[in-house]
Design a protein around this ligand. Structure first.
Ligand code: PRT
Ligand code: ZN
Length: 283
């Protein structure tokens, strides 16, 4: 039985549970419970505060966990990382009042900066050769300038609307973060085996999230040209249509290149293009 620690309630919770479900793992989730055992996979889920997850995994109380890189690196436990998970993307940024003139990072020399991430901030300022006073506070960092606690803040930003509504502007990006899977370095061979199985499933889900299955009709004399435009795992599947002179082509495209490819294959003569999501992808 492998124990995974995930955030009990917060920005990581829902997507962490979704990922486990998409791996075909079933469990009963009650918001009152601190742990739950999965019914069809040797996994037990522990629900914790995100800040406690790296420590619990490092100490072996949990075997693996899902946490933001911002918390993991702040706690100096980056080496526990096993896999990036691609959700809860955000950044740790420095911000100052909107009306302040800001030309470079050196404007922060001698200033007071409020943050919940003193280690990440100090490493960034040291690397830039800036000396500032760091005030560590645990929450509501964005109000520090308006109450006179600090001249600047260093906090997590995702849409940027919290900064705007507090009259602040983002001036430096300190650290980029996303959710990661972490694991204790000292797992028994049995637990390592379960982790390998889970990772195999996670990777299949991750790959599928980035890919789309594409089906299109092509005149037979355009198959070669259109096939060259379609990236695929091996070569695209070509099936004859009932109408003579036409074939159906099937392939997989990456979400990032998607619109560019569609434009090109349309121009090359593709018709009846269908794009469908992929649930799992094993290569
Ligand atoms: O109770 P617990 O300690 O478990 O949770 P928490 O309150 O400490 O963490 P939580 O749930 O807020 O965030 C968990 C993780 O989600 C963080 O460690 C990040 O890795 C990630 N994440 C992604 C974010 C955000 N986006 C985010 N927008 N964490 C926090 N925020 C906050 C930020 O602090 C600021 O107050 O949202 C505000 C900014 O958002 P925008 O969209 O207005 O820019
Ligand atoms: Zn927290």
């Amino acid at each position: 039985m492998l124990r995974i620690a995930i955030q009990k309630s917060g920005r990581l919770s829902e997507e962490s549970l979704n990922l486990i479900r998409e791996c075909g793992i079933s469990f009963v989730n009650s918001s009152l419970k601190l742990k739950t055992e999965c019914t069809n996979f040797p996994l037990e889920i522990l629900f914790l505060r995100d800040d406690d997850i790296p420590g619990y995994v490092a100490d072996g109380v949990a075997d693996i966990g899902i946490v933001g890189q911002n918390v993991l690196v702040e706690e100096g436990k980056e080496e526990l990382t096993v896999e990036k998970l691609g959700f809860s993307k955000c950044r740790l940024s420095l911000a100052v009042p909107k009306s302040d003139e800001y030309t470079s990072i050196h404007d922060l020399n001698g200033k007071n900066i409020a943050t919940s991430y003193p280690n990440l901030l100090k490493a960034f300022l040291d690397a830039q050769g800036v000396q500032a006073q760091i005030h560590t506070i645990s929450g509501s960092v964005e109000i520090a300038p308006s109450i006179g606690l600090a001249e600047a803040i260093c906090d997590i930003v995702s849409s940027g609307s919290t900064l705007i509504s507090n009259g602040l502007k983002e001036v430096e990006r300190v650290f980029k973060s996303e959710a990661v899977l972490i694991a204790s370095p000292e797992l028994s061979p049995e637990k390592r085996g379960v982790l390998e199985k889970l990772l195999f499933r996670i990777q299949a889900v991750q790959r599928a999230r980035k890919a789309k299955y594409i089906l299109l009709n092509s005149p037979d004399d355009k198959i070669e040209e259109i096939s060259r435009l379609l990236p695929s795992i091996k070569a695209p599947t070509v099936l004859p249509l009932a109408e003579e002179g036409w074939s159906s082509l099937h392939s997989v495209v990456n979400e990032d290149d998607f619109w560019e490819i569609i434009e090109k294959i349309k121009a090359a003569g593709a018709q009846g293009i269908l794009v469908v999501p992929i649930e799992k992808m094993i290569i």
